[in-house]
Design a protein around this ligand. Structure first.
Ligand code: NAP
Length: 278
């Protein structure tokens, strides 16, 4: 039996067990994917216990992604650039860290906004935490030339830009909300709440180019207030659930040694679960 799971504080709202368990059943893999909702100070002990109990690895969610990277003996380039890991694999020789959030982001864009202008138009990122950093790293690696970061704490946005400029060629800098939308091809909300410290309604989407795509990493509710306003404005929208599914695919492969079966409607299952929770 191959065992894996997701750890966070809290983790109880995670849809990852639903997604991975559906794939495991459909693929008839002798595996299990658990939910580990632990205390904020308990990450180091959790890792030790998981390794002792023979887990193959874990997905890591808030607030442990940075601790996860620091706990690893080896890390992928993208995890290092993001400064955070959402995937730990326990090997005989030590802990290997990865970050599949960026892949999830690109998967969501490819599936819900395949015509998004990433390369020749600015990307606006709201937030400067782990998710924003991972997103910026993935976008820069995918060839985005200009990334504008808007965050409640300006210093954190500045620092993120400085860190990423060392790794990537892209023009990455902090931006004021008022100036952010000009010419933008994509807007991504990677802040936990609000829009970089500004009230949601202060982001005037009427200033956005007509072909700008709006994505929200938050997936509960699926259509966030930002996405609802973007849709009303006639803009293409991309939701955080598609990103969650996109980050789960390479995670599943890392745990269970094969890609998940394609014929399982995990999005439908997740939507039904979100509907039950609302
Ligand atoms: P984080 O490291 O804690 O960063 C939180 C960010 O949100 C910071 O930029 C913070 O600004 C901002 N923020 C928090 N409260 C705010 C408020 N009241 N007003 C304005 N800004 C506020 O969290 P994270 O790991 O980056 O995650 C961010 C979000 O992305 C979470 O909702 C997470 O669930 C989501 N996410 C989704 C997926 C997916 O697969 N769909 C994957 C990863 C993350 P300051 O710097 O000013 O504190």
């Amino acid at each position: 039996m191959i065992r894996a799971g997701v750890v966070g504080s809290p983790a109880k709202h995670s849809l990852s067990p639903l997604i991975h368990t559906a794939w495991l059943r459909a693929a008839r893999i002798d595996g299990q994917y658990g939910l580990y909702d632990i205390a904020e100070g308990g990450f180091a002990d959790f890792l030790k216990q998981s390794i002792d109990q023979g887990l193959r690895g874990v997905n890591v969610t808030l607030p442990f992604k940075e601790q996860a990277l620091n706990a690893a003996d080896e890390a992928s380039e993208i995890a290092k650039a993001a400064g955070a890991a959402n995937l730990l694999i326990f090997e005989a020789g030590g802990i290997r860290a990865g970050n599949t959030d960026g892949e999830g982001l690109l998967f969501a864009l490819a599936s819900q906004a395949p015509h998004v202008k990433l390369l020749d138009r600015p990307v606006v990122l709201l937030g400067a935490g782990g998710a924003a950093k991972g997103a910026a790293a993935a976008l820069a690696r995918a060839g985005a030339a200009e990334i504008r970061i808007v965050n409640r704490t300006a210093a954190r946005a500045e620092q993120l830009a400085v860190d990423l400029m060392m790794d990537f060629d892209a023009d990455i800098r902090r931006c004021e909300l008022e100036d952010a939308l000009e010419g933008a091809g994509l807007l991504i909300n990677a802040a936990t709440a609000g829009l970089g410290g500004h009230d949601d309604r202060t982001l005037d989407l009427s200033l956005a180019p007509d072909d700008m795509v709006v994505m929200d990493m938050v997936y509960s509710p699926l259509v966030t207030p930002l996405l609802a306003r973007a849709r009303d404005r006639g803009l293409q929208i991309v939701d955080g659930l598609e990103m969650l599914i996109g980050q789960a695919i390479p995670s599943f492969e890392a745990f269970y040694g094969q890609l998940p079966p394609r014929d399982v409607d995990v999005r439908g299952l997740a939507l039904a679960e979100l509907g039950r929770r609302e």
